[in-house]
Design a protein around this ligand. Structure first.
Ligand code: GAP
Length: 446
């Protein structure tokens, strides 16, 4: 983990947030390379979940959330962790995360600590203006169910996908970006006919495991864990967690829950008329029926299958898998980030042999612009004047191709291409470069 944290900071993937004022615990900022990697991961999810299917719509909802949403979802009552104070050092911990040095000290009994961040909307700060920062993106999807249905005329089964920030005031954030207080989720709420839920649950578990494999996580690093007992959320009939061997241990990367008709049933009006199977709070505040008519024109509340993945945990997992230190012999090593091409923050670096030679540098910029026009991802000019150093840097940040512009480029119209993984270098004609580039990244745009 330390090597990854160090690489992330040194090369501009991830920084401690608010660092110049001492930092804020459990918050991180994504730097120039981190934002590209994160965007690429989110784009891969959106492509697979929305564009490549015919049964999912997208959504982007507000973060500030009406307290009634989180009252009826159960978050106000149950979104808590057990908090314990150590009377010796005065620090507070989650019950299952008491550090060894406090275990023999006098500890308070555990008490429930609600993880939601509160704020106020508008100029008056009292109970009437209370709002929460959403603790999951899912709730806003449920409360928009009718809007999406009315504007798209969907019928079951269909899903609504959203990527966005969620906020949890974790008692003990830890392990770099694994457990943080502000993070992003990629959530799909897939609405199905009651009775078809178990079959769809299985399908989505399979789908999600293969998606993580496509992001570079080998299947032997992923295990499926059935959540049981107290760990099973109040809304869930069955949850399977996809567990990944993070550098600090095996933990949850994504959860796939069968949420039954709990959510739409909790937020709908006219609950009594809708044969809701889940145990929900009586709702006299909602003004909208969150149900759909079946072939017999009967109103039914769909069941929901929810694959919910953390973007930040995904970023940590793909970096961890890609991070490789290769022994080159003669006591030489190279660090290389073997990211899948579509995730690489920079697709190609164009490098002039000499940094102060105008002809070389101008041609380098022309080549960069020419490759950038395909919008496959970011292409950069790397003008350090030191080819070896540039190769080392781009290995470390996972750039699949380095293209060197030298005097042969000026005289014979050729460039040298170096492959990140094999380190093989080949010389090709400059007028073949664009085709080479497009072919090399042909699987990235699909
Ligand atoms: N809507 C369901 C839901 O939010 P969850 O298991 O609480 O379920 C889903 O969260 C995913 O969000 C987790 O699998 C994890 O990847 C990510 N996640 C949850 N809490 C997190 C935190 N404090 N920091 C980073 N990621 C988190």
């Amino acid at each position: 983990m330390e090597e990854i944290v160090s690489l992330c900071k040194r090369r501009g993937f991830i920084f401690q947030s608010n660092e110049i004022y001492g930092g804020l615990q459990g918050l991180y900022d994504y730097g120039p390379l981190g934002v590209e990697l994160k965007n690429n991961l989110k784009a891969a999810w959106w492509k697979s979940t929305v564009y490549n299917r015919d049964d999912v719509e997208g959504l982007d909802t507000s973060i500030l959330t009406h307290p009634d949403v989180l009252k009826y979802s159960g978050h106000e009552d149950t979104f808590t962790d057990p908090l314990i104070d150590c009377k010796s050092c005065g620090l507070r911990f989650r019950q299952d995360q008491i550090p060894d040095e406090c275990k023999d000290e006098v500890l308070t009994d555990p008490r429930d600590f609600n993880l939601m961040f509160k704020t106020n909307v508008g100029p008056v700060t009292d109970e009437s203006s209370l709002a929460y920062l959403r603790p999951e993106t899912a709730q806003q999807i449920y409360i928009n169910f009718k809007n999406v249905l009315d504007s798209t005329s969907r019928s079951l089964p269909f899903g609504i996908a959203q990527i966005g920030k969620s906020f949890r005031n974790e008692i003990t954030p830890r392990n770099f970006i694994f457990r943080v207080r502000e993070f992003e989720q990629m959530e799909l709420e897939f609405f199905v006919l009651p009775g078809e839920d178990e079959e769809w649950h299985k399908k989505w578990i399979k789908n999600r495991v293969s998606w993580w494999e496509e992001q570079g996580i080998p299947s032997d690093k992923l295990t499926l864990l059935e959540v049981t007992g107290d760990d099973l959320a109040h809304y869930s009939k069955s949850t399977i967690d996809i567990m990944y061997k993070f550098p600090h241990g095996e933990e949850e990367l994504e959860g796939i829950a069968n949420r039954t008709d709990f959510d739409l049933g909790s937020h709908t009006k006219n609950q009594k008329d809708l044969n809701i199977t889940a145990k929900v709070k009586d709702n006299n505040d909602s003004n909208t029926r969150l149900a759909i008519q079946n072939d017999n024109n009967d109103w039914i509340v769909p069941y929901v299958i929810e694959p919910s993945a953390g973007v930040d945990r995904g970023v940590l997992a793909v970096i961890n898998e890609a991070y490789t230190v290769e022994d080159l012999g003669d006591d030489k090593k190279r660090t290389v980030l073997k990211l899948k091409k579509h995730l690489a923050p920079i697709k190609a670096a164009v490098i002039p042999l000499k940094r102060n030679n105008d002809d070389l540098v101008n041609l380098t910029h022309t080549i960069k612009s020419s490759l950038q026009q395909y919008q496959i991802g970011r292409v950069v000019v790397e003008n350090t004047g030191n080819i070896g150093k540039s190769y080392r840097k781009h290995d470390e940040i996972g750039t699949p191709l380095c293209i060197t512009v030298d005097f042969d480029t000026l005289e014979n119209k050729t460039v040298t291409i170096r492959d990140r993984d094999t380190m093989e270098q080949k010389t090709i004609a400059l007028d073949e470069l664009n085709k080479y580039f497009i072919d090399f990244f042909s699987d990235v745009k699909s």
